[in-house]
Design a protein around this ligand. Structure first.
Ligand code: GLP
Length: 249
């Protein structure tokens, strides 16, 4: 990998300011038909971001719901897009319905596919064929991006992955608080597709992520911390609140 290029880090006072900033960075690529599709993410971090994004897009004269082009990072294996716990349902709730997007506009892996490995191959190929412009990313408590659990090589492609106990605990909220109800597998874009995006935007909120954000940005990149591979990208921007930035040098 190329040497660490010290990602640009913007530290803002709170989640609302981070959401406004991230939304502002997303609006251009989502409104400009000349730009490649945008990579989108899920999770609690993105809820205020998508709230601000909906407001910003509604106020932007260029926004055309029929011109929407995006690919999500990941989806649980075994859940249909109609299942309220799926990332497909999350995206419909936070962006699809509020923005009136056409039903197939938000592209995600099909978690209910009969052959998840074949679906991962199909989805990865679709993303690689189009290429991604701006890729939005959250940060897992164990350093995952998408569902690339540690250890994970920087060359890992879109594939079916096993979810770790810590990730299933982190995401149990959407499953009635029960980690055992969280699916054991997911389809995720790999670091290969993520690092191939033209630009990366990592959004991080809260004191609970301060330690892992410091390690991801300031320790040598390594498979044990998948988000650390982002250091190798020539155009990566981190937008975080003061609490998440508390341990950065
Ligand atoms: C989830 C998703 C990631 C997300 C991360 C952080 O498991 N697969 O794409 O960025 O974990 O989630 P949260 O924002 O809820 O902390």
């Amino acid at each position: 990998m190329p040497p660490c290029l010290a990602p640009a880090v913007e530290v803002l006072p709170d989640a609302a300011a981070v959401a406004q900033r991230a939304a502002a960075l997303l609006i251009d690529p989502l409104c400009d038909p000349q730009q490649p599709p945008t990579g989108l993410a899920t999770g609690r971090t993105m809820e205020p971001v998508y709230g601000a994004l909906c407001e910003g897009l509604r106020d932007d004269g260029r926004f055309d719901p029929h011109g929407w082009r995006s690919f999500n990072l990941d989806e649980y294996v075994g859940l249909t897009a109609q299942d309220p716990r799926s990332f497909g349902a999350y995206m419909q709730h936070h962006l699809g319905r509020p923005l009136g997007l056409p039903s197939q506009a938000l592209q995600l892996p099909d978690g209910a596919a009969a052959d998840p490995a074949a679906e991962a191959a199909r989805y990865g190929e679709a993303v690689r064929r189009r290429g991604l412009g701006l890729q939005l990313l959250g940060l897992g408590s164990n350093g995952h991006v998408g569902f690339n659990e540690p250890p994970c090589a920087a060359t890992a492609p879109c594939r079916v992955v096993q979810l770790s106990g810590s990730t299933r605990r982190q995401n149990a909220g959407a499953f009635g608080g029960d980690p055992a109800s969280v699916p054991v597998q997911a389809i995720t874009l790999g670091l290969a597709e993520i690092l191939a995006a033209r630009e990366l935007l990592l959004v991080v909120l809260g004191a609970a992520k301060a330690g892992i954000l410091r390690r991801a940005l300031q320790e040598p990149a390594a498979a044990e911390l998948p988000a650390s591979w982002l250091q190798a990208h020539p155009r990566v921007r981190v937008v975080c609140d003061r609490e998440a930035a508390a341990q950065l040098d």
